[in-house]
Design a protein around this ligand. Sequence first.
Ligand SMILES: NC(=O)c1ccc[n+]([C@@H]2O[C@H](COP(=O)([O-])OP(=O)(O)OC[C@H]3O[C@@H](n4cnc5c(N)ncnc54)[C@H](OP(=O)(O)O)[C@@H]3O)[C@@H](O)[C@H]2O)c1
Length: 158
Amino acid sequence: MKAIVLVDEKWGIGNDGDQIIYIPGDLNYFRETTMGHPVILGRKTLATFPGGRPLKGRRNLILSRDPDFSPEGAEVFPDLDALLQVAPPDSFVIGGASVYEALLGRCDTAYVTKVHAEYPADRYFPDLDRAPEWRVEEEGPAQEESGILFHRVTYKRV
Ligand SMILES: NC(=O)c1ccc[n+]([C@@H]2O[C@H](COP(=O)([O-])OP(=O)(O)OC[C@H]3O[C@@H](n4cnc5c(N)ncnc54)[C@H](OP(=O)(O)O)[C@@H]3O)[C@@H](O)[C@H]2O)c1
């Protein structure tokens, strides 16, 4: 499995139920990278998508303990065991914080967009720069979009 995430300088990812910031060029990168692969996400992250609808062109594997939660076009799993029985190895873990926390240990690669700023945040991704089990494999150049500076880092599990 692989994880994909956008973080700020403190590894913040979300605030008050929404992503810290949306960068259109990074959303395109996210779309291209995950397209055709299953995506694994929590019920709260699904709620942040337009209309609360699953992502198109990808199998959406959603975690929720709510037995009445059954969004059209998605598969819902009540626990990790049930999810892991069907999640293919090429799945992307796409958040949020609770799902990254639960599944990062099963990921061999993490695609991290690092924004060069700090935003208000109440959800975080583990700091991979301080995690001995992760090393930087590739670091992209600094990019700028609408005044927002960021770059991409690919981490591999050691
Ligand atoms: N920056 C980024 O790249 C990025 C990416 C994704 C999300 N985010 C942000 O992260 C935040 C959401 O993260 P979050 O941790 O609050 O919520 P989340 O992980 O998206 O969803 C949490 C929900 O998922 C379900 N769930 C999680 N683990 C489960 C398990 N083991 N078994 C069954 N169900 C499980 C539960 O749903 P029920 O309550 O229905 O039982 C739980 O309330 C938002 O602010 C979002 O914008 C940021």
